[in-house]
Design a protein around this ligand. Structure first.
Ligand SMILES: Nc1ncnc2c1ncn2[C@@H]1O[C@H](COP(=O)(O)OP(=O)(O)O)[C@@H](O)[C@H]1O
Ligand SMILES: Cc1ncc(COP(=O)(O)O)c(C=O)c1O
Length: 267
């Protein structure tokens, strides 16, 4: 079988656990050929409690990277941190024009442990330009509440309502990650295909070493789609992959603990 090509349009996480670094490691673990289009650079200030600083890439530079990557014919792609409205618009247009069918939108709005949320106008732009081109969208509880205009989500019932609203905005499949935020015994995610709901459950890991979990989950879905799995199969396999990664999360320094991207294949 020819090597399947995967693309991430996302930010660089200098600390290596999230962003394009998580995506490439995850793509590799799934035996796909990973490519990147960089949207922003995130650096951390070691002298100021590891405070995140975000340096967006010029929109023309994002455009030319997308043109380059999409010209080779991509089997599946994902988006991650998109720092400006202009970049979100360019992403939506490029995806639409390319005709690519396996598109995972991870609507990153905030980094774990950081209070600063990306600008509210970015959420508006995501609704308009990214949800309509999404094969799968993977918001966490906070992001789903923002996209659905429902504020904080606290229960599976509220997650169901949010999933319906997000589906109505154009995303074909919706996965809302309850993760460690939802007050349930297990780590519960809700999957909605526009027709039926399914709960994906895994043991909740008692750990704060979960940096990059969201990116890893979305990248695993992307690689599984590239490898020919159905959306439902791709999501289930990604859940097992990310659970193992969280179980083996580790301490990089006193501020951040990344997941172990390759843990699933070492089991
Ligand atoms: N403590 C945990 N134990 C097990 N699974 C978790 C835990 N926290 C998050 N997950 C799972 O990891 C995946 C990524 O979720 P999450 O970390 O909430 O995303 P994000 O990084 O976007 O906030 C989801 O499948 C979620 O259920
Ligand atoms: C570039 C980048 N993308 C995405 C994220 C979100 O990461 P997570 O998978 O932990 O939600 C971060 C968080 O630091 C980041 O730096």
């Amino acid at each position: 079988m020819a090597l399947r090509k995967t693309l991430t349009l996302a930010g660089s996480d200098t600390s290596g656990g999230a962003g394009i670094q998580a995506d490439l490691k995850t793509f590799q673990e799934h035996g796909t050929y990973g490519m990147t289009a960089l949207t922003t650079i995130v650096a951390m200030d070691p002298e100021n409690h590891w405070h995140h600083q975000v340096f967006p890439i010029d929109v023309e530079t994002v455009k030319i990277q997308l043109k380059t990557a999409l010209s080779v014919g991509i089997d599946a792609m994902k988006t991650g941190m998109l720092p400006t409205v202009e970049i979100i618009e360019v992403a939506g247009q490029a995806i639409k024009q390319s005709g690519i069918t396996n598109v995972v939108i991870d609507p990153v709005m905030v980094c774990k442990g950081e209070d600063e949320v990306l600008l509210p106008e970015n959420t508006v732009a995501m609704r308009e330009h990214l949800l309509p081109v999404a094969t799968v969208v993977t918001p966490n509880l906070f992001e789903a509440g923002q996209l659905a205009e429902m504020g904080a989500l606290r229960s599976v019932e509220e997650m169901k309502e949010a999933a319906k609203r997000i589906h109505d905005l154009g995303a074909k499949h919706v996965v809302i990650k309850g993760g460690s935020e939802l007050k349930t015994e297990k780590a519960v995610d809700l999957y909605f295909d526009g027709d039926t709901f399914e709960l994906l459950e895994a043991e909740k890991v008692d750990s704060t070493y979960n940096h990059g979990a969201g990116c890893t989950f979305a990248a695993a879905i992307t690689a599984n789609l590239a490898n020919g799995k159905s959306v439902k199969e791709a999501v289930h396999a990604a859940k097992a992959f990310v659970t193992a990664a969280i179980e083996h999360g580790w301490k990089l320094n006193e501020y951040v603990g990344p997941v172990m991207h390759g843990a699933y294949n070492k089991k």
